[in-house]
Ligand binder design. Structure first.
Ligand SMILES: NC(=O)c1ccc[n+]([C@@H]2O[C@H](COP(=O)([O-])OP(=O)(O)OC[C@H]3O[C@@H](n4cnc5c(N)ncnc54)[C@H](OP(=O)(O)O)[C@@H]3O)[C@@H](O)[C@H]2O)c1
Length: 257
């Protein structure tokens, strides 16, 4: 079933941002490889995409397991053709609680947000380098701009991810490979949850992210009021930053994911 279409490999495609982006990318004309652990949800999306004339392949895979990701990449390349765009969207993680703090928790958050992306890059980059073309998209967060109470692991992971992608972006550009780092604020993926500051509806947020992907923006942070706030926070001295965040602490259960 190898097609001459461009092929996007999209992780975390079973729900939320990944699922919505996958629909948009299929509509754009890419064959889409849908990656996540819940195969039933991926099959349902693949069927929907095929019924509207698109090409989709659903693969159950835990992206924190290197062997599974390498196998998924081989299956996609032999079925759909070379992967032209990687969208490493998987991320998130439990809050960091000081009373139950453990290194194992931090390791899990780093594995889900940073190592999963590194594994997907390891599996797809050699093909892109050999072809001298490709596009790698990673899912950061405005939560990575500075440490956040209740989210020490998550904000550390998104900061590490952003710096990893920045280093790669500069090195890969002359080899014909573009890198896009997406940095959303709050996106409404769980409709029952309380509204968070400047939260965007899922489809509005993925429409923006999709445009940034199509034009291969190197860096896309949004929405602007929250981007402005986190950039100002970044410049604040520690004492002022701590004082401001201490005031917000009860609301910080709802940090950007
Ligand atoms: N929502 C927000 O407000 C927000 C804001 C900023 C950044 N982000 C970032 O956007 C990305 C997506 O977030 P979301 O809100 O759409 O989350 P979500 O609805 O919880 O979706 C997470 C996706 O990742 C998949 N996944 C989780 N662990 C996996 C694993 N080990 N292997 C393979 N797939 C796995 C899940 O599918 P399975 O469970 O089926 O595997 C699901 O498809 C994350 O990187 C998040 O940090 C979100």
């Amino acid at each position: 079933m190898s097609t001459c279409q461009p092929v996007s490999f999209i992780t975390g495609a079973s729900t939320g941002i990944g699922r919505s982006l996958a629909r948009r990318i299929a509509h754009e004309g890419h064959a889409v490889a849908l990656i996540a652990r819940r195969k039933d949800l991926l099959d349902e999306l693949a069927l929907e995409i095929k019924q509207t004339g698109g090409t989709a392949l659903a693969i159950a895979c835990d992206v924190t397991e290197a062997a599974s990701v390498h196998q998924a990449v081989r299956t996609v390349e032999s079925t759909l053709g070379p992967i032209t765009r990687l969208i490493a969207n998987v991320g998130g993680g439990e809050p960091t609680r000081i009373d139950t703090f453990s290194a194992a928790h931090i390791e899990r958050v780093l594995a889900l947000n940073v190592m999963s992306t590194a594994i997907c890059i390891e599996a797809t980059l050699p093909g892109m380098l050999a072809r001298g073309a490709g596009h790698i998209v990673a899912m950061g967060s405005l939560a990575g701009y500075r440490g956040l109470p209740g989210a020490a692991g998550y904000s550390a992971a998104k900061a590490a991810l952003a710096n990893m992608m920045e280093g790669l972006r500069m090195e890969l550009h002359p080899r014909g490979i573009r890198v896009t780092l997406l940095l959303p604020g709050f996106v409404r993926t769980k409709p029952k949850r309380k509204h968070r500051p400047f939260e965007l509806e899922l489809e509005a947020a993925t429409a923006r992210m999709h445009r940034a992907i199509v034009v291969q923006k190197p860096h896309y942070a949004f929405p602007w009021p929250l981007v402005l706030a986190v950039n100002v926070y970044r410049l604040l001295p520690v004492s002022l930053y701590d004082a401001l965040l201490a005031g917000l602490r009860p609301k910080l259960k709802a940090h950007p994911e």
